[in-house]
Ligand binder design. Structure first.
Ligand SMILES: Cc1cc2nc3c(=O)[nH]c(=O)nc-3n(C[C@H](O)[C@H](O)[C@H](O)COP(=O)(O)O)c2cc1C
Length: 129
């Protein structure tokens, strides 16, 4: 899935999770709303990422957006094309009462995305297989 990095509202940075807002080159490829662990290829480098697709109900918005937080990454990539591959579905989108609760959940999402050995669609530990 190819996506271009576009300007966002930059709230992610204030949460401590900078995200690249995405414009899918083929909108038909946009996944169902939810949070996913993804591989993110930028030129010839591959990074781990956590993709959020949804309406960000916590912030009272209704526009459907896609954004990715790339782990251990701090570069300006506006205008770059990313190649995203979904590794696994993590969870459905939720409405949080506080931004603190959302932040805690995103931390867990990130930790889950940081386990590339976990097979798609499974919560089974690799050692149990
Ligand atoms: C991994 C991840 C999961 C997220 N999950 C939710 C969610 O369940 N509910 C929600 O309202 N927003 C969720 N958000 C969206 C944040 O609200 C979003 O990052 C914030 O609005 C920043 O947007 P901006 O980059 O346009 O500033 C998630 C973001 C990320 C990166």
């Amino acid at each position: 899935m190819l996506a271009k990095v576009i300007e966002g509202r930059k709230i992610g940075r204030t949460l401590g999770f900078p995200t690249a807002n995405l414009e899918f080159l083929n909108p038909a490829e946009l996944p169902e709303n939810g949070v996913y662990a993804v591989d993110v290829t930028l030129h010839d480098e591959v990074f781990l990422g956590v993709l959020n697709v949804g309406n960000r109900p916590t912030f009272g918005t209704s526009e459907k957006i896609a954004e990715v937080h790339i782990l251990d990454f701090a570069r300006e990539i506006y205008g770059e094309i990313l190649n995203l591959n979904i590794r696994k579905f993590i969870r459905h989108e939720q409405t949080f009462d506080t931004t603190e609760a959302l932040k805690n959940q995103i931390e867990q999402d990130r930790d889950e995305a940081a386990e590339p050995e976990t097979p798609y669609g499974s919560k089974t530990q690799a050692a149990d297989l």
